[in-house]
Design a protein around this ligand. Structure first.
Ligand SMILES: *Cc1c(COP(=O)(O)O)cnc(C)c1O
Length: 638
């Protein structure tokens, strides 16, 4: 039997309604869609083929890999690198720019080996390189085999160990550019270059007046943490001249912050830096790289605005702005066009991973006391009862204010010992029922005023998500970063609930109560009512920064990971599964060792058996079970 699968016959709700509601086409950049079954799909190469997330999750579940699980789509990384080079190529060709573009990926944004493996592999044909911001990151980057043409840029604060390591690495055929972030670094650089008889390529990070916009605006400007002022730049050039190292200076660099929300800011920074480049080029003719750092924004909420979660420009507009501005100024100054380098991180990796978690029961508080009032019921309860009785769509605002007052009065009287528990429960029930009515009127009158936020919050559903916000989406907590969240099934049915999602940590901050919306930020997300089947949601755009910032709050560890690749004709393959942390793994990170953990439990079991509190059999079974739990996943099994 063939049925029209994408149409919910009861409400006429279609896939397109879900796309609009969750903004999938707005922030999804063409990588996500909904199939005929109403399930979320991924198109890792933006082509015709797609793969269904629910199928992948069910397959993993059969193989005992339960949610929460992080899915990675390596093909999306490839697609992003490809897109970045295409955009630059187009700008370069259109403007008649006389040099090329060469990107590097900043490890800070995602240092996972399997992610960098894929980036290095996919970037080979473009001579895509890497950027390290610390000695550990430098040592990590040396473990990958880059093309001889690919750059390896070393940024960040440097001590003599970092500097020596970088200079030694430059002797091993690595195309290293050691960027001077602080003027003082120059002395050790000169010292080790002489000592090791090395001739390293150098860069200088500029401290521009131009600043970014958005949350990281402070990374730029004259008061920023990094970079050389004009005075320091000239001093550096003097020192290099004195030591005969001016020909080593190959790159000027700046970075005005991540997630720059306005394209104008980028253009201003390029203007300022390209003038500086032109002047320095006059003194250091070997200069050839113009490195504009990261900051290429990602439109997390799909609004295409300069709000913090968005960016008011596309990748093509970004590259156009950079290349056209740079060309104009270089031509005016009459200098050769430099190779353009970027260190875009967020924009490269953000789309490639998503968290899938199951939502469990809705924790709705029960308000089902009998609310009948009689003659001997205290006045305040009678008044509240009248509010419930008399409230209508016309007077709900006024009666809401009255009820708030009665509610306060009830608490006051209870605290004075004038009301009993039964009365207090009755009062809470009445207030809840009033709010239920108000909530309906709000919807009917499309009233969105903030005055009723409390009502909306009280009436909304609470879903429990089997994950830890602190492990999997730490920036939501740390910097209010918004991430799109979408159910992976039932998208052909209208979601009739609105709610927030609580994580399973014991932290009251562990609640997702801000959701992306094209027009605004939503406090509640539309979700379906739960039935007996598992209900999964995807938290998307997690690929940038979250993997390494996540922590062990409540000892919830790394989650399972699966790398999914699309083959032809909607077929897919799981290329790799990386099991998440066990209880033992996280305790080991905290310097416990399994032997002493087990020994502690053994001792107390033995004591209870000796004292005759439990049988030998029971003792043995408790011990076996504890040992099993130590080797188990840290997340809940529901
Ligand atoms: C963080 C950082 C980047 C990456 O920025 P994105 O906004 O993620 O592209 C690039 N360069 C430097 C120096 C950085 O500190």
């Amino acid at each position: 039997m063939k049925t029209k699968k994408n149409l919910d016959t009861t409400t006429g709700w279609k896939n397109q309604n879900s796309k609009d509601l969750y903004g999938i086409d707005d922030w999804g950049h063409g990588y996500f869609s909904i199939n005929r079954k109403g399930n979320l799909v991924v198109k890792p190469d933006k082509g015709q083929s797609q793969l269904e997330i629910l199928e992948v999750i069910e397959h993993l579940k059969k193989n005992k890999i339960n949610t929460p699980v992080l899915l990675r789509f390596p093909q999306i990384l490839e697609s992003r690198i490809h897109e970045l080079y295409e955009c630059f190529d187009r700008s370069i060709n259109e403007s008649g720019y006389q040099a090329r573009y060469k990107g590097v990926f900043p490890l800070k944004v995602n240092q996972r080996k399997d992610v960098i493996d894929e980036i290095v592999r996919a970037g080979k044909k473009y001579n895509y390189g890497l950027e390290a911001g610390s000695k550990p990151e430098l040592i990590e980057s040396l473990s990958f085999k880059l093309n001889p043409e690919s750059l390896l840029v070393c940024n960040g604060y440097k001590d003599k160990h970092y500097i020596r390591t970088a200079i030694e690495a430059s002797l091993l055929k690595n195309n290293i550019i050691l960027v001077i972030d602080q003027l003082d670094e120059i002395h050790d650089i000169i010292k080790f270059s002489k000592k090791l008889n090395a001739n390293p390529c150098l860069g200088i990070r500029l401290r521009l007046y131009s600043r970014g916009s958005g949350k990281w605006a402070e990374s730029g400007g004259e008061a920023s943490k990094f970079g050389l002022t004009t005075v320091e730049l000239l001093t550096a050039l003097d020192i290099l001249t004195k030591n005969g190292m001016v020909p080593n200076l190959k790159m000027l660099h700046f970075h005005i912050g991540s997630q720059i929300t306005e394209v104008r800011r980028i253009q201003n920074a390029v203007k300022e830096a390209s003038r500086i480049y032109a002047k320095v080029k006059g003194m250091a003719s070997a200069l050839e790289y113009f490195n504009i750092g990261g900051g290429l924004g990602v439109d997390y909420d799909g609004s295409k605005t300069s709000s913090d979660a968005s960016a008011n420009y596309s990748m093509q507009e970004y590259t156009n702005n950079v290349v056209f501005t740079l060309k104009e100024i270089c031509d005016e100054e009459g200098i050769e066009h430099p190779t353009v380098v970027t260190e875009s991180g967020r924009a490269i990796v953000v789309y490639h991973s998503m968290l899938i978690t199951n939502l469990a029961y809705e924790k709705s508080i029960h308000y089902d006391r009998n609310v009948e009032v009689g003659e001997d019921t205290p006045n305040v309860l009678q008044n509240l009862y009248s509010c419930l009785d008399e409230i209508t769509i016309k007077n709900y605002r006024e009666l809401y204010h009255d009820s708030l007052q009665y509610k306060d009065e009830i608490l006051y009287m209870f605290n004075l010992g004038q009301l009993g528990l039964e009365d207090k429960a009755k009062g809470e029930t009445l207030f809840y029922k009033i709010c239920q009515k108000i909530y309906r009127y709000l919807q009917q009158t499309e009233n969105e005023s903030e005055e009723f936020d409390y009502v909306r919050k009280l009436i909304s559903k609470k879903y429990i998500g089997n994950f830890s916000m602190f492990q999997s989406m730490p920036d939501f907590w740390a910097i209010d970063q918004l991430f799109p969240i979408v159910p992976i099934q039932k998208l052909n049915k209208e979601p009739t609930n609105r709610g927030t999602i609580l994580d399973i940590t014991c932290d009251s901050d562990g609640e997702i109560d801000k959701f992306v919306d094209v027009k605004d930020v939503k406090d509640l997300l539309e979700l379906h009512a739960l039935d007996n089947n598992p209900y999964y949601v995807a938290v998307l755009l997690l690929g940038a920064y979250q993997d390494s910032i996540g922590d062990l709050h409540n000892l919830f560890g790394a989650i399972h990971e699966a790398h999914v690749v699309l083959k032809d004709d909607d077929e897919w393959d799981i290329k790799r599964v990386i099991k998440g942390d066990t209880v033992n793994d996280v305790l080991t990170m905290l310097k416990f060792n399994k032997r002493s953990l087990v020994h502690g439990i053994e001792t107390s079991v033995q004591r209870s058996v000796d004292d005759g509190d439990i049988s030998y059999q029971m003792g043995k079974s408790i011990l076996n079970n504890m040992k099993k739990e130590i080797n188990d996943y840290t997340y809940l099994d529901f």
